[in-house]
Design a binder for this molecule. Structure first.
Ligand code: PGA
Length: 252
């Protein structure tokens, strides 16, 4: 499976900072082969960055999308606006679920709309700390997957990211064993929701405090097909290092 490393810049970087950051990392990322490299800057920088990365192997993603195509939805960005501008879109990130009250039904509509517009969704799932401690991880992941993908035909462009909420931005990543186990569970769920082929084929990333120091350990696990990187994707050298580590794993 081709490894995918995505950088989620979240609500960081002004337009000029984003342009500088991508210029800083572009050649380092571009020279790495065998890995899909995606950066997800804020909406306002997408158009400028699209021009800068043109002709390179670096791909562009958005951090969110609304499900309607157009109309009176002040402040929202539609899938049609993104198609042609970027290839990927993060959907259902835990910060959106937590701070913007996105629920399974909304995530489902967004996934559907993104796929319809030809965007490749990176669907995020993950349990909160209390749920983890209460032994509910499996139930939470199963529920989130089911609602996000309900009545959506399997699409090979779909990417899933397992991001335990307690690991995001905390410096406390899941152990590679934990991440590998839950991602295996996600794959089992995909087999139930769709079929064995889809489960084997879908790329499932790990996210939550991935750094240049733990990337190899996580990505080399058999079930883990890449990483969704937050904080470390804002540091050019760290992000390049993570992508290089993924490439080295691909070559072994
Ligand atoms: P982090 O964020 O790498 O800063 O923990 C990951 C994410 O939220 O995608």
């Amino acid at each position: 499976m081709r490894i995918l490393i995505a950088g989620n810049w979240k609500m960081n970087t002004s337009l000029s900072e984003a342009v500088n950051l991508v210029k800083e990392m572009l050649s380092g990322l571009d020279e790495v082969t065998g890995v899909d490299k995606v950066i997800c800057p804020p909406f306002i920088s997408l158009a400028a960055i699209k021009e800068i990365i043109r002709g390179s192997s670096v791909k562009l993603g958005a951090q969110n999308v609304y499900f309607e195509e157009k109309g009176a939805y002040t402040g929202e960005i539609s899938p049609l606006m993104l198609s042609g501008l970027c290839e990927f879109v993060i959907v259902g990130h835990s910060e959106r679920r937590q701070y913007f009250k996105e629920n399974g039904e909304l995530v489902n509509k967004k996934i559907r709309a993104a796929l319809k517009a030809g965007l490749k969704p990176i669907l995020c799932v993950g349990e909160q700390l209390a749920e983890n401690e209460a032994g509910q991880t499996e139930a939470v992941i199963t529920r989130q997957l089911k609602s996000a993908l309900e009545n959506i035909a399997y699409n090979s462009e779909l990417v899933i990211a397992y991001e335990p909420v307690w690991a995001i931005g905390t410096g406390r990543a899941a152990t590679s064993e934990q991440a590998n186990n839950i991602i295996g569970l996600i794959r089992n769920n995909m087999a139930k929701l769709y079929n064995k082929e889809s489960a084997e084929q879908v790329r499932i990333l790990y996210g939550g405090s991935v750094t240049a120091a733990n990337a190899t350990e996580l990505i080399q696990k058999p079930e883990i097909d890449g990483a969704l990187v937050g904080g470390a994707s804002l540091k050019a050298n760290d992000f390049i290092s993570i992508v290089k580590q993924a490439s080295a794993i691909t070559q072994t």
